[in-house]
Ligand binder design. Structure first.
Ligand SMILES: C[S@@+](CC[C@H](N)C(=O)[O-])C[C@H]1O[C@@H](n2cnc3c(N)ncnc32)[C@H](O)[C@@H]1O
Length: 240
């Protein structure tokens, strides 16, 4: 089984700064060469490989949790858009899902994604399209009770059209938010990836009605050239 990372150091220091230059090859598009070069030179990609995470996205949730502290031992967590599993790997450690920290409460994780996922010890993983009719009911059934954290890193694959991508991701966010309203325990936390664009204000307004605090944060692991950021809503007010 893959090494389970320790989920502690999120600073990104200590990487050797040797830039890899990728030669363009026949048959490879310029955009692919650029992507490859960026991957090979990305310190978070290197760290993920060295520390056993399934992807660089793991550092986004580590940094979000370092700031807002919602992945506490014993937390019941729903991870929407969980594949390939970096966020789950972090949550397993931080919420003591495997009971490795004796004397601390043991958490649970339910992860869902459009794509099939390799198993992760301690996580219940299901292949579900969250935008399908009744998907929320299915997930609620699988959860079988309340959650302390609903986190969504869901993103549709890029269409290349900024406004379309924005609308798609905001639709996923909104669906995740309504799901969170149904399943969160009072005091619970909702975290979701958003993209800058017109519909963010509506989501903020909606969340402010149901949570005591709503913040936006772009963790250092989120690429500077990406318009993604994360909304973190804490202190769910419960039934209205
Ligand atoms: C950026 S990736 C998530 C990375 C993940 N947080 C990690 O750490 O490995 C976004 C994921 O959202 C999933 N996704 C997009 N639309 C979805 C939908 N309608 N239902 C479920 N998952 C969805 C994609 O399949 C993709 O795996």
């Amino acid at each position: 089984m893959a090494k389970i990372p320790d989920g502690k150091n999120t600073s990104g220091r200590g990487q050797r700064d040797l830039k890899v230059k990728v030669k363009s090859a026949r048959g490879r598009k310029l955009s692919s060469t650029r992507w490859l070069q960026r991957q090979l030179n990305d310190p978070y990609v290197k760290r993920a490989r060295a520390e056993g995470y399934r992807g660089r996205a793991a550092y986004k949730i580590l940094e979000l949790d370092d700031k807002y502290r919602f992945l506490v031992p014993g937390a019941r967590i729903v991870d929407l858009g969980a594949a390939p599993g970096g966020w789950c790997q972090v949550a397993v450690k931080r919420s003591n899902v495997l009971g490795e920290r004796s004397g601390k409460a043991v958490g649970t994780i339910l992860g869902i994604d459009l794509q099939e996922m390799e198993p992760i010890a301690g996580c219940e993983l299901h292949q579900i399209d969250f935008m399908e009719d009744d998907a929320d009911l299915r997930v609620k059934e699988l959860l079988g009770g309340k959650a302390d954290v609903v986190m969504s890193d869901m993103a549709a694959s890029s269409s290349g059209h900024k406004q379309t991508d924005h609308n798609r991701i905001m639709a996923l966010c909104e669906a995740a938010a309504y799901f969170a309203f149904d399943v969160l325990e009072e005091g619970g936390t909702f975290v979701a990836k958003t993209l800058a664009g017109g519909a963010e204000g509506d989501l903020q307004k909606l969340l402010k009605q149901r949570f005591t605090k709503v913040a936006n944060y772009k963790p250092p692991a989120s690429r500077a050239d990406s318009s993604e950021k994360f909304v973190v809503a804490t202190g769910f007010r419960g039934e209205v």
